[in-house]
Design a protein around this ligand. Structure first.
Ligand code: AMP
Length: 281
């Protein structure tokens, strides 16, 4: 695996690979890699010739300083995992390398309603920071395919829009959520849960499955209420939101029939850790 820390070095390598007719697959991450991330690498390997993974904990997408400082960093383990999964390139830039002219965003994107609800409503500036770093990374890596997880459903929808708005020649591939045996969606933040919190965390996906089963037996509003009750019943869990929305537009719905495809999305605090998950209904 090749390791690059500078924009100049990775660009030189990618230009050379592209000139040989090779396709580039890109998996951007913030590190603390788990099987969820590695499933993206595997997807990229089956679809593209050169698999590039970036690890960059992007300061501009954190609305909470504590979350940023406590974000797990396990670079040596990550590097080994990437080698084991036959990743071709690890891009590990510094903040200075990504933002040589400072972290203030230079471009604003109009994502319509997509960045307004849910994560957008509760994490001010999060999606602007996410779009800023994704655009910068795409400009550097120039991939043919970009691999992202359904785990961050709203994020991948916004990135799809970003690709449309900027007219970039990159196709987005959204990969399914990889879960632990008890249903908990894998996340870098899971390591911050205590053993007791870790057990309680299974309620999040169980509640999403309950919502799916509720369809047909309850109204949409009742289903949402039952889900929030179910989560709040667990000592230590605080619901930030649990919403059933149109999977395309993220608009709230009154009835089950109001959209072709519906998705339930939730964010909770469990102790000091914020977790998100979702499920198509
Ligand atoms: P992160 O390092 O959390 O920014 O995640 C990097 C990429 O991995 C994003 O596209 C995530 O959606 C994806 N990802 C994170 N967790 C999972 C998971 N459990 N299953 C599949 N993809 C995931």
């Amino acid at each position: 695996m090749k390791n690059f820390e500078t924009v100049k070095a990775i660009q030189k390598f990618i230009t050379s690979e592209k000139s040989k007719g090779k396709s580039i697959g890109f998996v951007p991450t913030m590190g603390a890699l788990h099987v969820g991330h590695l499933s993206l690498i595997e997807q990229a390997r089956t679809k593209t010739d050169v698999v590039v993974c970036s690890i960059f904990v992007n300061p501009t997408q954190f609305d909470n300083q504590e979350d940023l400082t406590k974000y797990p960093r396990t670079i040596e383990t990550d590097r080994q995992l990437l080698i084991d999964y036959q990743t071709d390139v690890l891009f590990l830039p510094t903040v200075q390398e990504i933002y040589p002219n400072g972290m203030e965003p230079t471009e604003e994107y109009d994502f319509g309603y997509l960045d307004q609800p849910m994560e957008g409503a509760f994490r001010k500036g999060h999606f602007a920071g996410m779009a800023q770093v994704v655009k910068r990374l795409l400009d550097i890596v120039q991939p043919d395919y970009l691999f992202m997880g359904q785990k961050d459903y709203q994020q991948q929808l916004i990135v799809g829009r970003l690709l449309e708005l900027t007219g970039m020649d990159t196709a987005l591939v959204t990969c399914p959520i990889v879960r632990e045996e008890d249903g908990l969606a894998m996340s870098s933040r899971n390591v911050r849960l205590s053993a007791e919190e870790r057990k309680k965390a299974a309620t999040i996906s169980a509640t999403l499955r309950q919502a799916k089963a509720d369809r047909g037996n309850y109204t949409l509003a009742q289903t949402q209420e039952r889900a929030i009750e179910c989560l709040n019943a667990v000592d230590g869990i605080r619901v930030v939101y649990f919403e059933i929305v149109d999977a395309k537009t993220l608009e709230s719905l009154d009835n089950w029939e109001d959209a072709e495809q519906l998705i339930a999305c939730t964010a909770v605090h469990l102790g000091s850790v914020r977790l998100i998950d979702n499920l198509f209904l």
